[in-house]
Design a protein around this ligand. Structure first.
Ligand code: HEC
Length: 157
């Protein structure tokens, strides 16, 4: 009885090791998807959709290669402008040069990754310190975040 138990547990562990090897392989050989992390504690972000959110093709593509497909797209900029005025300008000013929150259009960044679209997305989605809260928790979708980012870029002189 005891022998049977130990033999089966050994094969159980072998199975686990084999499974782990198979699971790690694609991750190290492909490395296609961006890993989004929290600006403050570096934890991996939960990007599951909020209530009623559709994960658009633009979002899927951004999560794969970190390139914002809306940059330079006139329709996206117009939508991003309206969203920025509604959600962001009170703290970052209408032209994003800063108020109680920092300028988003200069080359000085509080958070180390905020000068990239990935870093901006992380901060807008899940927040940074103080008054900069998570906008996904306030109902802003990931597609809308990409549009806001494209609008912020259009404000750079
Ligand atoms: C209630 C005020 C407030 C609102 C509203 C707000 N922010 Fe912020 N934001 C801040 C503060 C304060 C910081 C600095 C946070 C820090 O130091 O980590 C910040 C930081 C940021 C940063 C990082 C900048 C850097 O230099 O690291 C980005 C990007 C950003 N905000 C974008 C936005 C966008 C886009 C919106 C609208 C969707 C928005 N914020 C709405 C207050 C606000």
């Amino acid at each position: 009885m005891r022998q049977t138990y130990s033999r089966s547990s050994a094969s159980f562990y072998t199975a686990i090791l084999a499974t782990a090897a198979v699971l790690t392989l694609p991750a190290t050989s492909v490395r296609a998807d961006v890993e989004f992390r929290h600006a403050l504690d570096d934890s991996v972000l939960d990007l599951s959709p909020i209530k009623g959110e559709e994960i658009t093709e633009a979002v899927k593509s951004f999560r794969k290669d970190g390139v914002n497909p809306y940059n330079g797209n006139a329709d996206a900029l117009a939508a991003g402008k309206a969203l920025f005025e509604e959600n962001c300008q009170a703290c970052h000013h209408a032209d994003a040069t800063g108020g109680m929150g920092p300028s988003l259009v200069d080359d000085v960044f509080v958070n180390s990754r905020a000068n990239t679209d990935i870093g901006m997305f992380e901060i807008i989605h899940s927040g940074a310190s103080g008054a900069m809260r998570s906008f996904s928790q306030r109902g802003v979708t990931q597609d809308q975040i990409l549009k806001i980012i494209s609008y912020i870029h259009s404000l750079k002189k």
